[in-house]
Design a protein around this ligand. Structure first.
Ligand SMILES: Nc1ncnc2c1ncn2[C@@H]1O[C@H](COP(=O)(O)OP(=O)(O)OP(=O)(O)O)[C@@H](O)[C@H]1O
Length: 247
């Protein structure tokens, strides 16, 4: 399996360091979780690893080689992502949303339709194929957004809070979708998520980010027991959302 890495990455927004010397590799662990309090820099990590944000210092490495350029260059190199907001084409059907992504990858209309059918089957959402995206329930929109990110079989799939706004039961359904995508040599997955229970149950390894730094990287069991991690979530300034994330 290949690897996608941040190497000593810093991202500054004016005087604020959103990331400070972050090194992180996805690939060896099939599903890598990335957790941390609000504003820790999780989405910024995804943005840098997918070309949506340039690093102020450091590099992104794909299989050990530096990669740069616009997001499309990352996508064509096999690096795909979802967004916190689904960003589906609201007036298109689910199948059309998937086909549009495939056309964006350079497939002909016919090949794109075939690819859309493959993804619909693989991700277990074939029954939604002809539904217009805008009228789908929220949880189905999230599943479609993930399915769309798997068009043309990326090697790396980065998911930005896919279970946001879902109940625990809905999140477990989503976990099944992610497991299905991973099975049979599917893409390596980076999962950014506040539902820590979901991260603990799904991930092979978990990194913890706090104020722009990786403060822990370990197995789910070790992370669950880690006092430093609990402190980062619950520390003196922990707000209700952070407390909920650790529950
Ligand atoms: N485009 C930007 N311009 C200025 N500041 C930004 C920008 N993007 C992110 N930041 C800041 O960088 C820090 C990290 O933000 P980021 O969205 O990566 O955190 P996060 O861990 O994903 O948070 P959350 O869990 O709330 O989504 C925050 O302080 C945020 O306000």
């Amino acid at each position: 399996m290949g690897s996608l890495s941040l190497e000593h990455v810093r991202v500054s927004f004016g005087g604020l360091n959103a990331l400070t010397d972050v090194s992180l590799t996805m690939g060896p662990a099939g599903i890598l979780g990335l957790i941390g309090p609000n504003g820790a820099g999780k989405s910024t990590c995804i943005n840098v690893m997918t070309g949506f944000q340039k690093a102020s210092a450091g590099r992104v490495l794909l299989d050990g080689r530096a990669i740069g350029g616009p997001p499309a260059a990352f996508r064509h190199a096999g690096i795909s992502r979802t967004f916190q907001a689904g960003r589906l084409f609201a007036t298109l059907t689910v199948a059309e949303n998937l086909a549009a992504a495939a056309i964006g990858m350079g497939l002909s209309r016919r090949a794109a339709a075939t690819e859309a059918d493959r993804v619909l089957d693989q991700t277990g959402i074939a029954q939604l194929a002809h539904e217009v995206a805008a009228v789908l329930p929220y949880t189905d929109q999230r599943r479609v957004a993930i399915a769309r990110a798997t068009v043309c079989q990326p090697k790396f799939l980065l998911l930005d809070e896919p279970a946001a706004g879902m109940s625990q039961q809905e999140a477990q359904g989503l976990a099944d979708t992610i497991r299905t995508i991973r099975a049979n040599e599917g893409p390596a997955v980076l999962l950014v998520e506040h539902q820590v229970g979901l991260v603990l149950s799904l991930c092979d390894e978990i990194a913890v980010l706090d104020r722009g730094r990786i403060i822990a990287l370990d197995t789910p069991d070790a992370i669950a027991r880690d006092e430093v991690v609990r402190e980062a979530y619950l520390g003196t300034s922990g707000d209700a959302h952070q407390r909920k994330a650790c529950a």
